[in-house]
Design a protein around this ligand. Structure first.
Ligand code: B12
Ligand code: SF4
Length: 499
């Protein structure tokens, strides 16, 4: 257990930057990384506040908050997307409040490490991987050179990384987020099956032991798989039920890796008579579920599930080191559809060695089962992945853009290939992305028509316009589009999906 210490006099402002350019702008997600840090500060009696700029706050709101709260440390959680705008935000803060120290953590700092401080002189500290213990040691006044997980600048300007710290082995030891300083009401759903309540995200494990070549998760939170016990997880669910939440989203990278634990979680939900709905939207591995487990999860409220399929045949799955085969994937997709789940499948388009024929296999699979939606994603090579190194080192492969540029932009780069391989030219990649987007539209329109057959022609017309290239290319940055997207998503996910 992290030892509780006497109150530390430093004041901390935790922020999540805004992501106004992406379609995530309209959706209000509670940031669990910040939530965990906030709870740890609370446990240690440290004065802190939170500003989630994703709720529509701009630089002037941030400066106002700093003026009013007077923090010594600004702690910011960052993904790489949009990082240049976030660096600009820090420069602004430093101009107006030069004595504030700025610390960044999250996937961007964990992946790019020292480079982050090199590129942005306004950042004083970086934190790699889990932040709870590093932050507390820092606030406790321990010498910076002794704090594992910390990146800092020496007086001569040299940037030093102290090396990774050991992972927290037992996640039950850290308190789950209670979000007392978050503007909780602002995350309430406007539509969906429980409008007026918050759809609560929960993370029940950290890390993933697999070695998929394209995956940024290992760099972001580590390979060592660690869990919270079923009791601890359901304590959190029960806590949120007491605050009126009824819908939950498990955001784990590999929720079903330990299947015994999943059964225990189901039993515990049932034992405590919790009437909830939950989704597994973050890509479950098909080889870590079977019919019995899917059925059990369904019985206690799981109604939608997303499979990270990635490719339509065993050859490409092998190249991606996915560690599962297409037979297992098909079986899981079929079982989930038969059980009445809202099923989503996600694919990569243009993986190393992938050809048109392989892409046709993905398309065939996407159209084979009554899926609720399908995502075909432009492959983004993240630094620190095997895929990134493959493109750097393989003859005939090259990046079409400087990674530093596309990492800032990729949230909106689903039309522009970021690398080329000998098997698939740039032009073919553009065509493949357009083609698979059309398949994605077809799957969603089919799902809408299955759900609402009586309004078929009207819905088909609306969906055809909404999913058209013209709308999808030009309108996502507008508020109205973003609201319609949220509405559409919640309509699609708000029924019980019984066939
Ligand atoms: C859930 C999730 C989302 C959800 C968030 C919903 C929610 N309620 O939280 C949604 C769907 C909104 C989302 C969106 C996006 N996501 Co996302 N997401 C995740 C996921 C699966 C889990 C994040 C999480 O909650 N982890 C649990 C918490 C406890 O861990 P944590 O956030 O990492 O925080 C810990 C440490 O990082 C550190 N830390 C974090 N911040 C700070 C700050 C300070 C000051 C300190 C000291 C420490 C610290 O301490 C925390 C506690 O230990 C991760 C995968 C992963 N494992 O990281 C991808 C991941 C973070 N997402 C990613 C991406 C790319 C995106 C998008 C850009 C996608 C897109 N194409 O637009 C958007 C960005 C929008 C945004 N503002 O974040 C990438 C980031 C890669 C990178 N290097 O930048 C990841 C790694 C996965 C992936 N497959 O690509 N995401
Ligand atoms: S893609 Fe999924 S299974 Fe593969 S390493 Fe990443 S989180 Fe793990």
């Amino acid at each position: 257990m992290l030892k509780s210490q006497p109150a530390i006099s430093k004041r901390v402002l935790l922020i999540q930057p805004p992501y106004m350019r992406s379609h995530f702008a309209a959706e209000r997600y509670i940031r669990l990384g910040l939530g965990y840090l906030a709870q740890t500060l609370e446990q240690h009696g440290i004065e802190y506040d939170v500003l989630d700029m994703g709720l529509g706050y701009g630089i002037h709101d941030l400066l106002g908050k700093i003026r009013q709260f007077g923090p010594d440390l600004l702690g910011c959680s960052m993904v790489s997307y949009n990082y240049k705008a976030v660096y600009a935000l820090f420069e602004w803060v430093k101009r107006d409040f030069p004595s504030i120290k700025i610390m960044v953590g999250g996937p961007h700092a964990s992946t790019l490490r020292e480079e982050v401080l090199q590129d942005c002189p306004s950042i004083d500290y970086g934190v790699v991987l889990e932040g709870e213990r590093t932050l507390i040691e820092f606030l406790d006044g321990q010498p910076v050179q002794n704090i594992k997980g910390l990146i800092y600048r020496e007086e001569n300007g040299q940037i030093v990384f102290n090396g990774e710290r050991e992972f927290i082995a037992n996640l039950d030891e850290i308190p789950f987020p209670r979000l007392s300083k978050f503007e909780f009401d602002k995350y309430k759903m406007r539509y969906g099956d429980h409008p007026g309540t918050v759809s609560m995200s929960i993370v029940t494990s950290r890390g993933c032991p697999y070695l998929c070549t394209y995956c940024p998760v290992q760099a972001a939170i580590g390979r060592k798989f660690r869990i919270r016990s079923a009791k601890n997880v359901v304590d959190e669910i029960e806590y949120w039920c007491s605050r009126d939440c009824r819908r939950f989203a498990f955001q784990d990278d590999n929720f079903t890796f330990d299947t015994d634990r999943v059964y225990e979680i189901c039993d515990e939900i049932e034992k405590r008579k919790l009437k909830i709905k939950f989704s597994l939207g973050n890509g479950v591995r098909a080889d870590r579920v079977d019919y019995t487990l899917l059925k059990r999860m369904k019985e206690v409220g799981c109604d939608s599930i997303s499979f990270g399929v990635e490719a339509g045949n065993n050859r490409v799955l092998k190249v991606l080191k996915k560690g599962e085969n297409i037979e297992a994937i098909e079986r899981a997709m079929k079982d989930a559809c038969d059980l009445g789940y809202g099923v989503r499948a996600t694919f990569l388009v243009g993986s190393p060695t992938e050809t048109w024929k392989d892409i046709e296999d993905s398309v065939r699979l996407a159209l084979k089962y009554p899926l609720q939606s399908v995502g075909f994603f432009n492959v983004v090579p993240f630094p620190a992945t095997e895929l990134f190194r493959y493109i750097e080192q393989t003859p005939g492969c090259y990046f079409t853009k400087d990674p530093k540029v596309y990492l800032d932009e990729y949230g909106n780069l689903d039309r522009e290939p970021l690398f080329v391989t000998p098997e698939l030219s740039y032009e073919d990649r553009v065509k493949a992305l357009r083609y698979t987007r059309a398949v994605g539209r077809k799957v969603v329109i089919r799902a809408i028509l299955r759900r609402y057959p009586r309004h078929a022609w009207l819905l088909k017309m609306f969906a055809t316009i909404y999913y058209s290239e013209l709308v999808q290319r030009n309108l996502p940055r507008f508020r109205l589009y973003q609201y319609i997207t949220v509405l559409l998503k919640s309509i699609m996910s708000s029924s019980t999906h019984i066939k």
